[in-house]
Ligand binder design. Structure first.
Ligand code: C6P
Length: 411
């Protein structure tokens, strides 16, 4: 069982006042806070082990390499990849998806081919495909969303055709808070000879993920959304693809032999990792994985479901408040986008901040989705395992106070 009250003590940043109120941090979909164990790992690394990896034979270099490659093994176990050769360190989900679009895309996509995404994708899972489609004269096709806020699987069956070469879908939406059936989509893609790319930025931090069970060809996620530092992320790729793909970046670390006119690459996974990597970030991501693994991803998932079951009906009961995505708590993750009638979401978020409650407002890097929903922006509260029912109550109270403020001018 998750004991959020106890766990919060391990997150020093949560223990502060904002605008004279105790902080309620509900912007976890943007980035999560870091526990002492992760912060300590970063400090220890720079205090004791800092050296470049893969190059030196001295003790510090060996320690750094051992810890960095150890973190890769932790990632492998965490997402159930077959081999560490399939685990590439990147800067984050955005870089991971760009690598797939550039490397796999340039190699396999031809004129007239189709790339299938959905209306609920983050810009990082749209723009790399738009650019690829432009380079190759290919077509970008969007799967619809149902009235109830789910990916329209009937439409997916219509749109994934013999022309489809890539299907790329978010495992969990960063706005609608739905979990998409990526295993089923992978099956549809594979039946048509296409590959399945999964944007796992909002899934890996919150639920168990098994890339083999999903049969994903590529799976991307970010360290900073799962208690790790910024600037480190992962691209999982099936070895059969990574082996035939060309690296996207070239330089030190990734080469086997350099001649005057051409060069050869190191074996996987290093052939993709040019230059000095984010060593401290990788090691600290390993520490974050240790931390989450002790809690248990199934426990985290169950606890967040309990929080959503608690807060969603309270939000839905507020007059003039619209929740986006599924209305049933059991179908909604801890990402809850909402609007208050007559108020701009930025005003709502600013007013909530005055009450110490941190939420995000805007288009959440999902402009096509907001156009589809016909709203310019939304507010969004997003929960993690260190949030409590008291946090949920503070959100609800702050929303009532916001309504009061904008109606009568007092908080
Ligand atoms: N979403 C949010 O507030 P990076 O920035 O590379 O770590 O992650 C990009 C990304 C990709 N896919 C999804 C589904 C995401 O939610 C994000 C990041 C943040 O919703 C920042 S825009």
């Amino acid at each position: 069982m998750i004991d959020a009250q106890k766990l919060r003590k391990e997150f020093p940043i949560l223990n502060q006042k904002v605008n004279d109120e105790p902080l309620v941090y509900l912007d976890n979909a943007a980035t999560t806070q870091k526990p002492e164990a992760v912060l300590q790992t970063l400090t220890d690394y720079y205090h004791q082990d800092n050296a470049n990896v893969h190059r030196g034979v001295h003790t510090l270099a060996e320690r750094a390499t051992h810890a960095y490659e150890g973190a890769r093994e932790k990632v492998r176990q965490f997402i159930h990849a077959k081999e560490t050769a399939e685990v590439l360190f990147t800067r984050g989900t955005t870089t991971s998806l760009n690598w797939v679009a550039q490397s796999f895309g340039d190699f396999f996509i031809q004129e007239g081919d189709e790339i299938v995404i959905s209306y609920m994708e983050h810009h990082s899972n749209i723009i790399p495909w738009q650019q690829l489609a432009k380079r190759k004269n290919a077509k970008l096709v969007y799967i619809d969303i149902t009235q109830a806020g789910f990916l329209d699987m009937e439409d997916a069956k219509r749109k994934i055709t013999d022309k489809t070469k890539i299907v790329s879908i978010a495992h969990v939406s960063n706005v609608l808070g739905v979990i998409n059936p990526v295993a089923e989509l992978a099956q549809l893609a594979h039946q048509k000879g296409a590959v399945m790319v999964v944007d796992g930025a909002q899934a890996v931090p919150h639920m168990p993920v098994d890339v083999q069970a999903l049969d994903a060809d590529f799976y991307a996620f970010s360290g900073h959304k799962m208690c790790g530092p910024t600037g480190i992320g992962v691209l999982f790729g099936k070895k059969k693809w990574l082996e035939v793909m060309e690296p996207v970046e070239f330089g030190g670390e990734m080469i086997d032999f350099v001649r005057l006119q051409d060069s050869t690459w190191k074996e996987l996974p290093w052939k993709f990792e040019a230059g000095t990597p984010n060593i401290a970030g990788g090691i600290a991501l390993g520490a974050a994985i240790d931390y989450l693994s002790v809690l248990g991803l199934d426990q985290i998932h169950a606890y967040e479901a309990e929080l959503v079951a608690y807060v969603l009906p309270k939000l839905q009961a507020i007059e003039g408040l619209t929740v986006f995505g599924p209305q049933e708590a059991a179908k909604h993750t801890g990402v809850i986008a909402f609007n208050l009638e007559g108020l701009h979401p930025h005003d709502v978020a600013t007013a909530l901040d005055m009450e110490g409650v941190a939420v995000r407002a805007g288009h959440h890097c999902a402009q096509p989705l907001l156009q589809y929903l016909k709203v310019p922006a939304t507010a969004r509260a997003s929960f993690y395992f260190y949030n409590t029912k008291e946090d949920a109550d503070r959100l609800v109270e702050a929303i009532y106070a916001t309504k009061e403020f904008f109606q009568h001018g007092t908080l």
